[in-house]
Ligand binder design. Sequence first.
Ligand code: CU
Length: 571
Amino acid sequence: MHQLIERRAFLRAGALGAAGLGAAGLFPAWAQNGTPGLVPDMETLSGADIRLRVGHDMFSVGGRKGHAVTLNGVLPAPLIRLKEGQNVRIHVENALDEDTSIHWHGLLLPFQMDGVPGVSFPGIKPRSTFTYEFPIRQSGTYWYHSHSGHQEQQGHYGPLIIEPAAADPVAYHREHVIVLSDWSFLHPHQLITRLKQEGGYFNRQKQTLLGQLSGASEDRMSAKDRRMWGKMRMDPTDIADVTAATYTYLINGHGPHENWTGLFRPGERVRLRIVNAAAMTIFNVRIPGLRMTVVSADGQNVRPVTVDEFQIGNAETYDVIVQPTEDRAFTFVAESIDRSGMGRATLTPRLGMRAPVPPLRDRPVLTMKDMGMGGMNHGAMDMRGMNMRDKSSVPPNVKVGVGVDAIAMAPVDRTGEPGIGLENVGHKVLTYRDLVSLAPNPDARPPARTVEVHLTGNMERFMWSFDGKKFSEGAEPIRFELNERTRVVLINDSMMTHPIHLHGHFFEVVNGHIGNHPVKHTVMVLPGGKVAFDLTADAPGDWAFHCHLLLHMHAGMFRVVTVRPLPGEAA
Ligand SMILES: [Cu+2]
């Protein structure tokens, strides 16, 4: 390890220095073009007292300028770098004309410091300062973002890295932070209006039924599937609500043409700390020519697993090690799940070198499994008898009204699958089943009870909910007793992948590796799929629980989770 540190000091001193290479502009030091990575003298926010100012700035990408919400004047926000075991006070000044907040995504902290207005604190009023203060009880790659209004979608997000107190089990010579996001020049309210008018508004790649019948996509969908989709009046290419029709996909705040570039020396082990901070985009990540060894998921170490590609949901983080040995450039590709566009960056030994950018691959097409029929025998299925709103397959607490356009009749565990569109890409794609916690799970008790939560929606009307009930309809909190051990089963009745996030806790994704289940704060549930996680409710308070596709959260796919009693309260 000592050698590695010396190596990093050398990098700082020398040949690869970033001075004068990138446009300083709106970018924080860590996100500048041509960066050598996180060298010791790089400007980051660290120590016991940190100051952040939430304000307005213009942000430009692709030659256009738009209005952004920024922290300390930059987009993405500054890198916060902390040390496990320290205490931190973070003073957040609100220079906006509206309330703001910061949520520390994935951090274990007192609930009053979690930063969700209306749930954990009142929010930060205009022209006032709120001081967050909490001990740092963990290490790894995390991030932070606004939980107020639509500020996160407008640029209010940044990375947060915590050094472990003990030796890091992951060895590396160099590290880069890679924050993925999506940028629209339309205000989030305009996005919502369009989606409410027509669920598939931004899905300009629609396959027409006519096109399918003419045989254009014969090879990709059976006649039987085509008949079924037609009958359901649903669209098998509705993979993403908001697409490249309006989004520019950003890597560290840079568009594909700005081509954010990170440096390496051939032979080095390079740690990439990858955060999906996008509002509405799930990404497929790959680096053609380089294999990636996943060493951490959602900030928690996993047994190293080497892959060629992975799908990353909103709010998830992955740390990967790459070891480029050749003296050449590599393209980092973050393709949107619907393949309407991509974020693109370059890893290279020297500035000015670039690698080919692969073309967008064919758009994926949903299957019957994605309609919640994965557990059915297709041969024996009688189409005429199918009713995707058959209430009998859900418990009585699920409200099946206009807000629910489908019920998964036979949902299946899809944690062994790589994600929509990645089933047959010809190389190894990460699945949740590949993730094994490096440390044994701390709580060996079997769950005492099971809580089922249905992920529900009406795609055409852009209505989203848990158990058929929007948060604004007065949905009851999900209650846990302090230190109770529960199995939570998420059942996706819709035909979209939802990344579901629980605040203030880690949970263990039940994937067959008993005792070493991967420990996460956000989990993607595939269409027609179900995911179980075991939870020890060890953090008293009120916590947000929601889909991290931000427009789904705003539409109502949100609940409060309460853990009681609070400290000092009678049980
Ligand atoms: Cu969602």
